[in-house]
Design a protein around this ligand. Structure first.
Ligand SMILES: [Zn+2]
Ligand SMILES: [Zn+2]
Length: 375
């Protein structure tokens, strides 16, 4: 006899306000795990779980339990007033549900291959010839799995039903269970003479080459779906899809952020002060970039339409040139003399010519700004 202290909600692992559907679901899950046929060692827990379900699935008993009473003290022993079919229903998901034999034909799995491309290919698109190795329908047996001149035959064990029934004894009495037929794995048919080329699976692995058009604007992680180019299904089933995943090689000069490209141009201090032109080897060929006199380290120059083509809309990203001014580190006597004269002329030869500024106006702020807002 159950103790009235037992918390049947805890036994089923549901909350106190669980709906009837939640309770049924929780019981079904546990009952499948703990069923004596599956797990002979768990019979005690299975009984406990079933008891909990018997109480919580019955509104009157549940109320009594909620009030701290013992639902089993009035109704007699376990199982009384509770339809056996309800329990079986909870077990097997509907009484008398017939599954029938399963088809040998199934859809094939999707396949994934990675393709490495360069930045210019990502920017403008490219057509690639790929070597793909997938399962394809066996040409010898056309996917049927039977050797040429033979055919599949109805299974003698299950008479084509794909499942066999078994009577087992449990604490509930005799229980009829059905399971996939072990002789035919549930197919309902057997292949007496399997095809020698595919061993009866209906598929063989083949290598083939495939032309893939990679559109402009793809990036690392972009997947291109090729419908029906994946693995062929067993038993001559339809093929899955092939996904081509893009991996973009890092570029020696340009780093990519979205569809924008970034690069750094280092200029000597003198050139930065006097202004200069730098020829940049862009994806569209060489382009002169003018650095105006007085350009500062951390300044950026934005060149429109030299970035990567947008994948899903018109136009292209920008190319952002980050300027880095280099101070000379080795000066010969003459150069040092010239610089001292220049400093004198500019009144920059005394102490305290350096200005302390807040971080807001400083180089680091500008640099960070340029990276955060590349446009
Ligand atoms: Zn075959
Ligand atoms: Zn069978």
């Amino acid at each position: 006899m159950a103790s009235s202290q037992t918390d049947y909600y805890a036994v089923l692992g549901v909350s106190r306000d669980a709906s009837d559907a939640d309770i049924k679901k929780a019981y079904r899950r546990l009952a499948r795990q703990l069923h004596p046929d599956v797990n002979p060692g768990e019979e005690e827990r299975f009984k406990e779980v079933t008891k909990a379900y018997e109480v919580l699935a019955d509104p009157a008993k549940r109320e009594l339990h909620d009030l701290g009473g013992d639902p089993f003290s009035t109704g007699g022993g376990f199982g009384s007033g509770f339809g056996f079919s309800d329990i079986m229903d909870a077990f097997f998901g509907g009484a008398g549900a017939s599954r029938g034999p399963r088809s040998r034909q199934r859809r094939g799995q999707d396949a994934l291959i990675q393709v490495e491309i360069g930045l210019d290919e990502a920017a403008f698109g490219v057509t690639r010839e790929l070597q793909v190795e997938t399962a394809t329908t066996c040409p010898t047996c056309q996917g049927v799995g039977a050797a040429v001149g033979t055919s599949t035959r109805r299974c003698d064990v299950c008479h084509g039903r794909g499942e066999v029934q078994q009577v087992t004894r449990s604490f509930l009495g005799q229980v009829m269970t059905s399971r996939p037929c072990p002789a035919c794995q549930g197919f309902g048919t057997v292949i007496p003479h399997p095809c020698a080329d595919c061993g009866g699976d209906g598929r063989v692995r083949t290598r083939r080459s495939l032309k893939v058009k990679i559109p402009a604007g793809v990036d690392t992680g972009t997947r291109i779906q090729l419908a029906g180019e994946g693995e062929s299904g067993p038993g001559g089933g339809p093929p899955g899809d092939l996904y081509v995943e893009i991996v973009e090689r890092p570029h020696p000069t340009y780093s990519r952020q979205g569809d924008d490209l970034h690069c750094t141009v280092a200029v000597p201090m003198t050139a930065a002060a006097l202004g200069t032109t730098v020829t940049l080897d862009t994806l569209d060929g060489p382009r002169p970039v003018e650095l105006r006199a007085g350009v500062q380290s951390g300044q950026t120059i934005t060149l429109p339409d030299l970035g990567v083509t947008h994948l899903r809309r018109q136009g292209r990203g920008v190319l952002v040139v980050h300027v880095e001014v280099h101070t000379p580190t080795r000066l010969d006597d003459e150069q040092e003399e010239l610089l001292r004269r220049l400093a004198g002329l500019r009144g920059e030869d005394g102490p305290d010519v350096g200005q302390v500024t807040g971080e807001q106006q400083g180089f680091f702020h500008r640099l960070r700004d340029a990276f955060n807002n590349p446009r």
